[in-house]
Design a protein around this ligand. Structure first.
Ligand code: NAD
Length: 456
C-alpha cells in the first residue's frame, strides 16, 4: 500500500474494496479554511433557499439510494436490507431538516423600556466525527441540522468506512450546495480527528463514537471552550416482566442485540428477565437465534453480517472465556470474513465483565431479576444510559419503569430507539446533547437575545 493511502476492506471477504487517499492534519486545516470561506454566504442565504437546497440534496440522495445502500453494505458488512432502510432514513433526515431553516423560531420577551427578542444564530464551522457502525446515517443526523441552521461542516468519517461519506460530498455538489459548505476528510482519529478538536476556527465538535474517545474530545475541547455534543457507548437494558407477551418479547430480543452484528450503540445487550419466566423466555428466544441467517451482506435474506474487522472480532471473542455460560449459539459462515455467531449467555452474574462492558458484538447477556425494584436497580447499575426497553402488559408498571430508567430513550413493548422526528441521546456516560427531531437544532445554534430600546 503506498504511503498516503488507506486500503478500505470489505469485512465479508477481507478483500480490498477501494484505495482512498489518507488525509493528514494539513488537509484538515485546508478543509476548515474552505468551510470558513463558505460560511458567510451560506449563513446569509435566505432560509427558504437553504431549505430548497436541502430538499434538492434529499432528492439526489433518493436517486442514489441503491448505489449508496450497496456501498454501505459492502464497506460496513451490513445486510443489504438494513442498508436500504438506513439510506431511506438518510433521505428522510434531510427532508425533515429541509423544513428547519424556516422554523428556527425565537421568543419575544416583555421587558421594561423596549422589546427583547431572541434569534438562533449558527455557530460557524462545525466538525463532525462519526464511527463505522452506521456511517452515513449517523453523519446525516449531524449534517442535516448543522446545515439547516446555517453552519458549514467538515465531516471526518471513520477510517474503516469512508466510502459513503465521500460519495455524499459529490452528491451535495451535484444538488447545488456551494463549494466548501460540505467538506470530507478521510484519515485517522489520532491526527485528523484531534486536529479538528484543537482547530481554532472550528466552533463545535459533534461526535459519535466510544466513551473513551469522547472523554478525550471533551478534554481537548475544554482548552477553547469549544461546543461539544457527544453520542457515546451503551449497555442498554431490555427488561422483560413475567406478565409481558413473552413470545413477542423473546422474538424481538435477538434483533435488538444482534442487529448490525451487535455493533449498535443502542444494542439491548443486557436482557433482564423476571426470574420465574426465564425458562419460558429462553425456549422462545433459542428458536429465533438458531434460525438467524448470518452470511453474505448482499443477499436480501441475510439478517446479520460479519464484524467490522479482525481486531474487533478478537475484542468481541475475549468475552467468551471458558467460564462464559453459553446457552445458545447460532451459526456463522467459515472462511474469509470477520464472522462471529450470535451468542446468548444465561444466566449472567451482573458483576461480570460481559454484563458490565460494552461488547459491541453479537453477545447477549440474560440476567434474571426478582421484582420491579430489582429490575430498575439492575438496569441503572451501569455507567451508561443510552436506551432501553420495558415489556409488560401492566400499563402503570410500564410507565413507572420507563420513568425510573436512567436512559435518554425508552421503548415500551418495543425495542426501537430512533426516529427522525424524536430526540435521541444519552444520560450519564453515554454522552450529552440530543440528535434528531427539533431538539438537535439546539446543538447547532446559539441563542442571542436582542434588546431594542423604545424610549424616545
Ligand atoms: P471510536 O471512538 O474509536 O471512533 C469514532 C470516531 O472518532 C472515528 O471517526 C475515529 O477516527 C475518531 N477518533 C478516534 N480517536 C480520536 C481522537 N483522539 N480525536 C478525535 N477523533 C478521534 O468509535 P468506533 O469504534 O468507530 O465506534 C464504536 C463506538 O461508537 C461504540 O462505543 C459505540 O457505542 C459508539 N456509538 C455511539 C452511538 C450513539 O449514538 N450514542 C452511535 C454509534 C456508535
Amino acid at each position: 500500500m503506498p504511503s498516503g493511502t488507506l486500503s478500505i476492506l470489505e469485512p465479508a471477504t477481507e478483500a480490498v474494496l477501494e484505495e482512498v487517499s489518507r488525509a493528514d492534519a494539513g488537509d484538515v486545516d485546508a478543509a476548515v479554511a474552505r468551510a470558513k470561506a463558505a460560511y458567510p454566504a451560506w449563513r446569509a442565504l435566505a432560509p427558504g433557499r437553504r431549505a430548497e437546497l436541502l430538499h434538492r440534496l434529499a432528492n439526489r440522495l433518493e436517486e442514489a439510494h441503491e448505489e449508496l445502500a450497496v456501498l454501505e453494505a459492502r464497506n460496513a458488512g451490513k445486510p443489504i436490507s438494513d442498508a436500504r432502510g438506513e439510506m431511506g432514513m438518510v433521505v428522510a433526515t434531510f427532508r425533515y431538516y429541509a423544513g428547519a431553516p424556516e422554523r428556527l423560531l425565537g421568543d419575544t420577551i416583555p421587558v421594561e423600556g423596549g422589546q427583547a427578542f431572541t434569534v438562533r444564530e449558527p455557530l460557524g464551522v462545525v466538525g463532525l466525527i462519526v464511527p463505522w457502525n452506521f456511517p452515513l446515517t449517523i453523519a446525516a443526523w449531524k449534517l442535516g441540522p448543522a446545515l439547516a441552521a446555517g453552519n458549514t461542516v467538515v465531516l471526518k468519517p471513520a477510517e474503516l468506512t469512508p466510502l459513503t461519506a465521500l460519495r455524499f460530498a459529490e452528491l451535495a455538489l451535484e444538488a447545488g450546495l456551494p463549494e466548501g459548505v460540505v467538506n470530507v476528510v478521510v484519515g485517522p482519529g489520532s491526527t485528523c480527528g484531534a486536529r479538528l478538536v484543537e482547530h481554532p476556527d472550528v466552533a463545535k465538535i459533534a461526535f459519535t463514537g466510544s466513551t473513551e474517545v469522547g472523554r478525550s474530545i471533551a478534554a481537548g475541547a475544554a482548552a477553547s471552550i469549544k461546543r461539544v455534543t457527544l453520542e457515546l457507548g451503551g449497555k442498554s437494558p431490555n427488561i422483560v416482566f413475567a406478565d409481558a407477551d413473552l413470545e413477542a418479547a423473546a422474538s424481538a430480543a435477538p434483533g435488538a442485540v444482534f442487529g448490525n452484528a451487535g455493533q449498535d450503540c443502542c444494542a439491548r445487550s443486557r436482557i433482564l428477565v423476571q426470574r420465574h419466566a426465564v425458562d419460558r423466555f429462553m425456549e422462545a428466544l433459542e428458536e429465533v437465534v438458531e434460525a438467524m441467517r448470518v452470511g453474505d451482506p448482499l443477499d436480501a435474506a441475510t439478517q446479520m453480517g460479519p464484524l467490522i474487522s479482525a481486531g474487533h472480532r478478537a475484542d468481541v471473542s475475549s468475552f467468551l472465556d471458558d467460564d462464559a455460560p453459553v446457552a445458545v449459539r447460532g451459526s456463522a459462515p467459515d472462511g474469509p470474513g470477520y464472522w462471529f455467531a450470535p451468542t446468548v449467555l444465561c444466566p449472567v452474574d451482573p458483576g461480570t465483565r460481559a454484563a458490565r462492558e460494552e461488547i459491541f458484538g453479537p453477545i447477549a447477556c440474560v440476567i434474571p431479576f426478582d421484582d420491579e425494584a430489582d429490575a430498575v436497580r439492575l438496569a441503572n447499575d451501569t455507567i451508561y444510559g443510552l436506551s432501553g426497553s420495558v415489556w409488560t402488559r401492566d400499563g402503570a408498571k410500564a410507565l413507572r419503569t420507563a420513568r425510573a430508567i436512567e436512559t435518554g430513550v425508552v421503548s415500551i413493548n418495543s425495542n426501537t430507539s430512533v426516529r427522525v422526528s424524536t430526540p435521541f441521546g444519552g444520560f450519564k456516560q453515554s454522552g450529552f446533547g440530543r440528535e434528531l427531531g427539533m431538539h438537535a437544532l439546539d446543538g447547532y445554534t446559539e441563542v442571542k437575545n436582542v434588546y431594542y430600546s423604545t424610549e424616545g
